[in-house]
Ligand binder design. Structure first.
Ligand SMILES: NC(=O)c1ccc[n+]([C@@H]2O[C@H](COP(=O)([O-])OP(=O)(O)OC[C@H]3O[C@@H](n4cnc5c(N)ncnc54)[C@H](OP(=O)(O)O)[C@@H]3O)[C@@H](O)[C@H]2O)c1
Length: 294
C-alpha cells in the first residue's frame, strides 16, 4: 500500500505533486493553504484529499510536502516540530532550490526524516506543473540513509533524480537560475536590442523565441560545446568588431556581450582547438573594449 501524503502549501507545485502522486496510488489526505477557498480549489484540482487551513492536520500523513513559499518553510518545519507530534515515521519534504535541508533542522531533531526534492522546472500553474514535473530532473538532498526514499519519490513523480553534494545547494541553484531566469532576461535584452534596430516588439519576441528554441534543441541533440554556433565559434573577427561598435553606446548590453563572448570563446576553443589563434585574437578584441559607465 502506497504511503499517505499531505501538502502544506497547496499552490502550484504542491497541487502538481499531489495530483501526480495520487495518480500513482498514494493516499492524499490534507491540502493546506492560508485561505480555505484556495484549499478547496486545490482539492478540486487534485481530485483527492480534504481542504484545510489547519497546519497541524498534515501530521496524520507519513509524507508531508512543505510547498509554501521559501520564506515560510523553516517556520513551518519549526511549527510541526513544536507540536510535539513529529515521529520517525514522518518524512518532511521541501521543494526549494535555494534552501538546503538544514531549513528543516528542527523537524530533523525530533526524529522525522527530512529531504528536499527540487524540480528543475518553471511551474507557472498547477495544470502545467502536472505535465512538466513528470519528465523533469529533480535536485535531491537527504541524509545518506534516506536517499533511496528520495530517489523513489522522484521516480514516482515521473522525474529523474540528481543527487546534490552537501553544502552545494546555493551553487546548484545559481546554475539553475542561469538556465531559466537568465534565459528570460537574455531574451528581454535581445528584444530591446532588436527593437532599437527597428524591429516591431511582438515580431522581435516571436522571432527570438524561435531562435532560442532552436539553440536549446541543438544543445539537446548535439550536446555541449558542439551546439555552439555564431561568430565567436567561427572566429569571425570582422563581425564581432561590428557588434562591439553597434553596442558601444549601451554599456549595459556591452558588458553582457563581452562577458558572454569571453565564455563563448572558451567553449569555441574546446569545440575547435585548431582555431585557437583566431579565437585568441577575438578574446583580445573583447578584452580591449572598455565599457563606458552609464
Ligand atoms: N513555481 C515554480 O516554478 C517552482 C519551481 C521549483 C521549485 N519551486 C518551489 O516550490 C515551493 C512552492 O512554490 P509555488 O510556486 O508552488 O508557490 P505558490 O504557488 O505561491 O503556493 C504557495 C502555497 O503556500 C500556501 N501558504 C503560504 N503561506 C502559508 C502558510 N503560512 N500556511 C499555509 N499555507 C501557506 C499558499 O496558500 P494561499 O494560496 O492560501 O496563499 C499557497 O497555496 C517553493 O519552495 C518554491 O521554491 C517552485
Amino acid at each position: 500500500m502506497r504511503k499517505s501524503v499531505s501538502i502544506l502549501g497547496a499552490g502550484r507545485v504542491g497541487q502538481s505533486i499531489a495530483r501526480l502522486l495520487s495518480m500513482k496510488g498514494y493516499r492524499i489526505e490534507h491540502l493546506v493553504c492560508r485561505s480555505m477557498e484556495h484549499a478547496q480549489k486545490a482539492a478540486l484540482f487534485v481530485g483527492a484529499g480534504s481542504a484545510s487551513t489547519a497546519i497541524l492536520d498534515v501530521l496524520s500523513s507519513e509524507l508531508v510536502f512543505i510547498t509554501t513559499p521559501d520564506d515560510q518553510i523553516e517556520a513551518m518545519g519549526a511549527m510541526l516540530a513544536d507540536s510535539g507530534r513529529l515521529r520517525s515515521s514522518h518524512t518532511l519534504i521541501h521543494c526549494s532550490g535555494a534552501l538546503s535541508i538544514d531549513s528543516l533542522q528542527a523537524a530533523g531533531a525530533c526524529g522525522a526524516k527530512v529531504m528536499s526534492i527540487h524540480p528543475m522546472q518553471a511551474v507557472a500553474s498547477a495544470e502545467s506543473g502536472v505535465a512538466l514535473l513528470s519528465g523533469s530532473y529533480f535536485g535531491i538532498e537527504a541524509q545518506t540513509e534516506d536517499l533511496a526514499q528520495a530517489r523513489s519519490l522522484v521516480k514516482d513523480l515521473g522525474g529523474t533524480p540528481v543527487e546534490l553534494h552537501p553544502g552545494m545547494k546555493s551553487l546548484y541553484h545559481a546554475g539553475a537560475v542561469f538556465a531559466s531566469n537568465y534565459v528570460v532576461v537574455l531574451l528581454g535584452m535581445a528584444t530591446d536590442i532588436l527593437e532599437a534596430a527597428g524591429v516591431h516588439r511582438e515580431a522581435a519576441v516571436q522571432g527570438l523565441v524561435a531562435l532560442a528554441a532552436g539553440a536549446v534543441r541543438n544543445v539537446k541533440d548535439t550536446g555541449l560545446p558542439h551546439a555552439l554556433t555564431g561568430p565567436i565559434e567561427r572566429g569571425d573577427f570582422n563581425t564581432v568588431s561590428k557588434h562591439l561598435a553597434a553596442l558601444m553606446d549601451n554599456p549595459e548590453f556591452m558588458s553582457v556581450y563581452k562577458a558572454l563572448g569571453e565564455y563563448a570563446a572558451r567553449m569555441a576553443m574546446e569545440k575547435r582547438p585548431q582555431k585557437k589563434a583566431r579565437i585568441d585574437t577575438l578574446v583580445s578584441l573583447l578584452s580591449a573594449v572598455g565599457v563606458r559607465k552609464g
